[in-house]
Design a protein around this ligand. Structure first.
Ligand code: COA
Ligand code: MG
Length: 298
């Protein structure tokens, strides 16, 4: 599964920003036709997204498009416009039930078959940002094979329920927890909420680390300056990697001596601790911090 630590949104009708985004090294770039684009600019956005997908070099960044919500009346035209330019994936906003995802998947699948492309190659990512989406998580995660990730939209959710957003975030904490838990249960990635204060990089760093500790695998970004801090927070540190490696190595030695539990630096190590250490190493590999053999890179 590809790492999606930082996913940067770009308004699809803003060619300058789209060109800029292509060279910033974000794990994923989401070319937007939904809320970042004014109602009277939707067709410009479709056209410039197609142009960008056909002509720009996005380097290693994944190329995603956010269409308008299923049922909005714009969804079908969005898909019809952008699919021929073969994005890597489609973000579906304001997902409220499984049927909406199955509809989108059906559209994408029909198009893949028509073109003779591998069926299932274009992934779907579902934005959960309504109360209905949160209470229907169980059916949404099981909706379709094409689904790769859940994305948490905190601002829209607060708008939907009437909650007042605060820095502490208790008003959205249930949804933030439920989303990451449902994603984990179904082997999906989970991308955490947008940090709205463009100037507060320390705040962004703290919120990113918090999300990573909750088991989110990445976070949405809205400005170039947010990419680096997010990627750092979602990559294990050198100290974490060293410790994880020691746990895995010593666990193997103790296993061969017939010991499932032992003490390392005064703390107990047993199966769940080893599993967590293996996850740290997997994340380090996905972030390119260690090679497949396990050596630290750089
Ligand atoms: N992607 C690519 N480039 C971006 C960018 C983005 N999301 N946000 C800003 N930039 C560029 C600017 O164009 C500017 O480039 P320049 O120096 O070559 O002119 C540079 O980065 C610095 O931008 P800055 O002046 O600090 O911000 P701004 O006032 O131009 O833009 C926002 C502020 C919030 C409008 C902008 O960051 C943005 O459009 N973010 C995405 C919004 C969005 O997609 N929302 C929907 C999803 S939540
Ligand atoms: Mg939204």
């Amino acid at each position: 599964m590809r790492a999606r630590r930082a996913m940067l949104y770009v308004p699809g009708d803003d060619l300058h920003k789209v060109q800029k985004a292509a060279g910033l090294g974000a794990d994923s770039i989401c070319l937007d036709i939904e809320d970042g684009v004014a109602l009277n600019r939707k067709s410009e956005a479709r056209a410039s997204i197609v142009e960008a997908l056909r002509t720009l070099d996005f380097h290693d960044s994944e190329r995603l498009v956010r269409i308008n919500p299923v049922g909005s009346g714009l969804d079908e035209e969005d898909l019809r416009a952008v699919l021929p330019a073969r994005p890597d994936g489609i973000l579906i906003p304001k997902v409220g039930n499984a049927e909406q995802l199955r509809w989108a998947s059906g559209q994408v699948g029909d198009f893949e078959r028509q073109q003779g492309w591998p069926v299932g190659g274009i992934v779907l990512l579902a934005l959960i940002e309504t109360a209905l989406g949160v209470v229907n998580l169980r059916e949404i995660v099981a909706a379709d094979q094409r689904l790769a990730a859940l994305i948490f939209g905190a601002e829209d959710l607060a708008g939907d329920t009437g909650a007042v957003r605060t820095r502490e975030g208790w008003e959205i904490f249930y949804a933030r927890s439920a989303i990451v838990m449902h994603a984990a249960a179904y082997g999906l990635q989970a991308l955490d909420m947008v940090f709205m204060d463009l100037k507060d990089i320390d705040g962004l760093r703290a919120e990113s680390l918090e999300g990573a500790r909750m088991a989110y695998t990445g976070k949405q970004a809205i400005h170039p300056n947010q990419i680096g801090p997010i990627q750092e927070a979602y990559s294990p540190s050198d100290a974490e990697i060293d410790h994880a490696r020691r746990v895995v190595e010593t666990a193997a030695q103790h296993q061969s001596l017939g010991k499932g539990a032992y003490a390392l630096d005064g703390k107990m190590v047993d199966a769940p601790v080893v599993k967590a250490a293996e996850r740290v190493l997997a994340r380090a590999r996905a972030a390119g911090k260690i090679s497949v053999g396990g050596e630290l890179d750089g």
